[in-house]
Design a protein. Structure first.
Length: 267
């Protein structure tokens, strides 16, 4: 396992610095970790949902077909990136996050059994410790993905969020797992990660009032990916993640197209 990780880290580093190769990516399988954006896309109960308006979809007088749409939505909804400035004044906006921070080997920490048994479960320092006993320390510059198993509920708002309601009154009824603030503190104090993501609507659990995990991570310029899809398809170690958000100048977040490459030898 460690030999595989070392090889992947070397390959990833070569890719990022522009190593000259006839094939920039090795043979392998791509996995889409993004939910699509549609009228069903889940947003925070107080946020503007995604809407697609058709401008034109027909043959023109010149007899060629032409289609165009307008779309609108909040920054934070669906599969999206939270930029550090979202909860940390003066930290990076979406457009300021270095590409090197968004393209990196991933480690997947599976807490789905605990999270399925407790909608309010908070991923703990003990969960990270147990993972490291088996797989070794979380590598520097890794993207950490937390697999709660809640992706299987998408796009059922009741099962995914804990409530079907919308508006301010719905916030008190949110119940889904997240990262415990103590675990966030442990990560920033003891590990050097590029980013963190999970398959729920928020890095903080649904009943959070202060969003402390957001504050702790973002103060260190560590972005978060929320509503990530298909984490059950990734190995614990061995995938390369490419997570590229819409480049909104000054943005606090934005829609995210996140994918993972499973190189051939890890298939």
């Amino acid at each position: 396992m460690f030999v595989k990780l070392k090889s992947l880290l070397f390959w990833c580093g070569a890719l990022i610095i522009g190593c000259s190769q006839p094939h920039p990516f090795p043979a392998g399988r791509w996995i889409d970790l993004s939910h699509d954006f549609s009228a069903e896309t889940i947003y925070w109960p107080t946020a503007e949902p995604f809407k697609l308006d058709t401008v034109l979809a027909q043959r023109t007088s010149a007899r060629f077909y032409y289609a165009a749409n307008n779309f609108r939505a909040a920054e934070h909804g669906g599969t999206h990136l939270d930029a550090p400035i979202h909860f940390a004044e003066g930290r990076r906006t979406v457009d300021q996050i270095p590409l090197e921070q968004l393209i990196a080997p991933a480690v997947v920490i599976d807490v789905s059994e605990k999270a399925q048994a407790d909608r309010d479960y908070q991923i703990s320092v003990e969960d990270f410790a147990a993972w490291e006993i088996r797989y070794g320390p979380i590598p520097d510059k890794a993207i950490v993905l937390l697999h709660t198993g809640y992706g299987k509920f998408w796009p059922d708002r009741l099962k995914y969020l804990g409530t079907e309601k919308r508006g301010p009154d719905a916030v008190a009824e949110l119940h889904f797992p997240g990262l415990h603030p103590e675990a966030a503190r442990w990560l920033v104090a003891n590990r050097q990660i590029n980013a963190i993501g999970l398959d729920t609507p928020s890095i903080d659990y649904g009943q959070s009032k202060l969003f402390e995990s957001h504050q702790i991570l973002f103060e260190r310029n560590i972005p978060a990916f929320e509503n990530v899809a298909h984490l059950e398809q990734l190995p614990t170690i061995g995938a390369l993640v490419v997570a590229l958000p819409m480049k909104i100048k000054g943005g606090s977040g934005g829609p995210l197209r996140i994918v993972a490459l499973m190189p051939g030898e890890w298939k």
